[in-house]
Design a protein around this ligand. Structure first.
Ligand code: PLP
Length: 455
């Protein structure tokens, strides 16, 4: 039913793809993904691949869930859209807010909707500024983020993002954001134990607060495990200690759970269940609707809500929001998605299969290029290096991440290259058998990569 060649041409002629290297794209065009089912996707030529990236860290319940499509169709035909501004609401948005309050840590009971992760982060900062304005602390504006964090691509979210290459060609809103060091255990300073490294990072945070002044800092934002920046797992106790510093300085602690939420680490939210933190705000998107429809949500604490919602006369309007805040069709998709996660024990599957995935991926460490295998549960990454001893990188032109991903795709598996890294962030329904199949493919792909680098 498709003419793959004609589609390939139309795409190449007209579609500006995000995060795309046009020197490659203009030569090669794109692979069109046309079909999907469970853990598989299929291209326009009929080639089937295991999806090793859950679309883009998001199709948590897997592809082709008819019941999500049906829930969306039912909502779209009954009442596809109406405003949620002010005194209007809709049934799925209301039910989803209630459900999220039930699933989130006990103190987070209020939900602000957006259309994705970037927008959620952007809106969050507006809520935070509004909050401190209302408390009579308008100077508390600055947000502390971290190098290599990924928080999105709208202007403010891109400024929060600490991946330098994301902003090479752009201005950033530097008066609003300061970046701390990322927590990178693999590349921590030589001779430092993990505990000392944690002390060092917390010390940097405290020193930065002393320099900028707590009166000028509104919040600290962090991914529980840094995702696109390299699946970086912080040293033990890091998040709790950063939260304690926040509390001591009247700085809000924001957890960006856009990737870690909705089961990827074995729980609906990782902050409390995995890292024993109680953020003032949790942001989510992606797995919230498993990518079946665009949706983001900001969950805020009772304490924040109390301040945001106290009438203060004229001017006391929360002037932020989107036409599609609480979109009924997206919220219907999310409700069905959550129902599936609960009904099928998907968090339990991640807790069961996740450690096996970690262990099996670690068995690939013997390959010449694999310097580090890291991550947790269904959020994993291979870091490719030129020299395991010195951890020196291969030259950028070697495109080692692309090579590994290319070899894997030839063998029926899609994983994500990010520079010299390869990310594995699958749908949460992988079984042990699938893990074995994937690891065998990666094993062969890494051998082929080593050979091609030698050639
Ligand atoms: N926050 C994190 C941690 C992310 O990984 C992403 C996207 O990958 C975003 C925010 C931005 O989400 P979106 O692409 O839906 O705007």
């Amino acid at each position: 039913e498709y003419d793959p060649q004609a589609l390939w041409q139309k795409d190449k002629d007209h579609f500006i793809h995000p995060f795309t290297d046009f020197s490659v794209f203009k030569e090669q065009g794109c692979d069109l993904i046309t079909d999907s089912d469970g853990i598989y996707v299929q291209d326009a030529h009929g080639n089937r691949f295991i999806d090793g990236i859950a679309g883009l860290w998001c199709v948590n319940v897997g592809h082709g869930r008819r019941e999500i499509g049906e829930a969306m169709a039912e909502q779209a035909t009954r009442m596809a859209y109406f405003s949620t501004f002010n005194n209007l609401s809709n049934v799925p948005a209301t039910l989803l807010a209630d459900k999220l309050a039930e699933l989130a840590p006990a103190h987070l009971n209020h939900v602000f909707y957006s259309c994705g992760g970037s927008a959620a982060n952007d809106a969050t900062i507006r809520l935070v500024h509004y909050y401190f304005n209302r408390l009579g602390k308008p100077a508390k504006k600055r947000i502390l983020s971290r190098n290599n964090a990924y928080h999105g691509t709208t202007y403010l979210a891109a400024t929060l993002t600490g991946i330098a290459s994301n902003n090479w060609e752009f201005d950033t809103l530097d008066h609003l954001v300061t970046h701390l060091s990322e927590a990178n255990c693999y590349r921590r300073p030589e001779g430092m134990s993990e505990t000392e490294y944690c002390d060092h990072l917390v010390g940097e945070f405290e020193a930065t607060i002393a320099e900028i002044g707590a009166d000028n800092i509104a919040a600290f934002i962090a991914e529980p495990i840094m995702g696109a920046g390299g699946v970086l797992v912080a040293p033990k106790g890091y998040h709790q200690r950063m939260q304690a510093v926040c509390r001591a300085n009247d700085i809000l602690y924001i957890a960006d759970e856009v990737v870690t939420g909705f089961g990827r680490l074995g729980h609906f939210f990782a902050s409390e269940a995995v890292f024993d933190t109680q953020p003032d705000i949790i942001n989510c998107a992606k797995g919230l609707s498993s990518g079946y429809a665009p949706l983001g949500a900001t969950l805020i604490s009772d304490e924040l809500y109390e301040v945001l919602s106290t009438p203060q006369g004229p001017g006391g309007v929360l002037s932020t929001g989107f036409t599609y805040s609480g979109h009924p069709v997206s919220c219907a998709a999310a409700l069905k998605n959550i129902e599936i996660i609960e009904r099928e024990g998907i968090c339990e599957n991640v807790r069961e299969v996740g450690p096996y995935l970690e262990e099996r991926l670690r068995s690939l460490s013997h390959h010449a290029t694999v310097g580090d295998v890291r991550g947790s549960h269904f959020m994993m990454c291979l870091e490719n290096v030129a020299d395991k001893e010195t951890k020196a990188l291969l030259p950028v032109e070697a495109r080692v991440g692309d090579r590994v991903a290319f070899e894997a795709q030839k063998r029926g598996l899609i994983i994500r290259p990010v520079g010299h890294l390869n990310i594995v962030s699958p749908p949460l329904i992988w079984t042990r058998d699938v893990v074995d199949e994937v690891v065998a493919i990666l094993d062969a792909s890494l051998s082929a990569t080593t050979e091609s680098l030698r050639a």
